[in-house]
Design a protein around this ligand. Structure first.
Ligand code: SF4
Length: 191
């Protein structure tokens, strides 16, 4: 019975889940770091689509990320372009093939199973996993990579007449669209 599981039992299950997905990743034509980079680029906002932000998000080394991006570029899944107005900075983006590749993401199977579990299961898992991840991040002093709605720099509806977005980021002094506000940000600072 699930109620009889000890905390250690739950940790074993989490470890097993992670191992099963990792095995699935290894069995594909991308390695785990390449999958993680694709996922990150599909979730990050326009201020965070850089190699440096990806390196921080994955707590990886510069060398690992550089090799990962070279491989993804070679496979036609990621593109690099100069960041407008910042000669030494690079904008990373998923190509159409990169977007399509994410439909084969091994975590999609887990996502579909959670979805099939119903609203109650989803809510419990969401609450528990969100709190757990937040505690681990805080205890290690890692960047939060949250979204605008929980950031101290966010002003909802702060740019009502701006065609580039109705919300406002005080840090970047730029408008933010509703879609961008839901994405993760390398500069997020919990409100
Ligand atoms: S409001 Fe915060 S999370 Fe949103 S773009 Fe600005 S710094 Fe990033």
């Amino acid at each position: 019975m699930a109620e009889d599981l000890t905390t250690d039992d739950m940790v074993v299950l989490l470890e097993r889940l992670s191992r099963l997905v990792r095995a699935h990743e290894h069995a594909s034509d991308l390695n785990p770091a390449q999958w993680e980079a694709l996922r990150y680029l599909s979730r990050c906002n326009r201020f965070s689509n850089s190699p440096a932000a990806l390196t921080r998000y994955l707590s990886a080394t510069k060398g690992t990320i550089s090799q990962t991006l070279i491989a993804l570029e070679r496979k036609g899944l990621v593109s690099k372009a100069p960041r407008p107005g910042q000669a030494r900075s690079v904008v990373l983006a998923l190509t159409d093939d990169g977007e399509a590749k994410l439909r084969d993401d091994p975590w999609q199977q887990v996502s579909a199973m959670i979805e099939a579990g119903g609203a109650k299961t989803r809510k419990r898992l969401a609450n528990g996993s969100q709190k757990l991840v937040a505690k681990i991040i805080k205890s290690r002093g890692l960047p939060s990579f949250g979204s605008c709605d929980t950031c101290r720099y966010f002003r909802e509806g702060g740019a009502p007449d701006d065609v580039k977005g109705k919300h406002w980021c005080l840090l970047f002094e730029e408008p933010v669209t509703k879609t961008q506000a839901r994405k993760i940000c390398a500069s997020h600072d919990t409100a």
